[in-house]
Unconditional design. Structure first.
Length: 237
């Protein structure tokens, strides 16, 4: 019996302890609920204050707009447009610089090509003139022989058909050389010029001035601006 009574007391003590713990848990839970409720209420108050701040901001912006000044959205739009405009300006400036560089390069290339064309044409002309000069130098001895041969013909022989034929061939040859640009150097009675004349003899002649060509032993020729052959002359005084 005593053991049973002890067991019953222990059970009662446990039940009371459990009840106390439940009550304490209930109080704690209620306390926590109250704290959460207070926090939520504070949050609602913060949200209300935020809404009031937003409303005040909108009212302020509306007032600013009503005063003729720009609002926040307008400022943002203007800032965005200014940014894109600045970016567009930089892009256009870069394109203009690239165009200027390409134009300058093109102009330089065209100038170089023009110089190359002129230089090539000049070289071709010089090569042509050099070739013509070389051929003329080979023909001039034939012209000299014609002149020597015609110089030995007497007045009586000039009437013959042979002499007339030789003279016609000579004149045709001289005319052809003249047409391509070959000109004889005028020497007799002119002042001696070392660029045109080759003095092989010197003498005195009171009827002529100083350093004057008195005689020509071999005719000289000029092709355009080049001396093909210098005149072989005698210079007096």
């Amino acid at each position: 019996m005593e053991d049973m009574d002890k067991a019953i007391e222990i059970m009662k003590a446990a039940m009371e302890k459990e009840k106390a713990m439940k009550e304490m848990s209930k109080d704690t839970m209620n306390q926590e609920i109250d704290e959460e409720t207070q926090k939520e209420a504070q949050s609602y108050e913060i949200f209300d204050e935020a809404d009031e701040f937003v409303d005040d901001s909108e009212e302020t912006e509306a007032e600013v707009k009503a005063d003729g000044t720009e609002g926040t959205d307008a400022k943002h739009d203007k800032a965005g447009k200014s940014f894109f405009k600045s970016s567009k300006s930089k892009e256009l400036a870069a394109k203009d610089q690239k165009i200027e560089e390409l134009t300058d390069r093109l102009m330089r290339t065209m100038a170089e090509f023009d110089n190359f064309r002129k230089r090539t044409e000049k070289e071709k002309t010089m090569m042509y003139d050099t070739g013509v000069k070389s051929i003329i130098e080979k023909i001039l001895p034939i012209v000299d022989n014609f002149e020597r041969g015609l110089g030995t013909i007497t007045e009586k022989e000039k009437e013959s058909s042979f002499a007339q034929g030789i003279e016609l061939i000579y004149r045709q040859l001289v005319t052809s050389l003249d047409e391509i640009g070959l000109k004889p150097i005028d020497a007799v009675g002119k002042e001696f010029d070392p660029n045109l004349h080759n003095a092989v003899m010197h003498g005195d002649d009171d009827s002529l001035g100083e350093n004057i060509v008195s005689d020509e032993f071999q005719k000289g020729y000029i092709y355009r601006d080049m001396v093909v052959r210098h005149s072989m002359v005698k210079v007096v005084n």
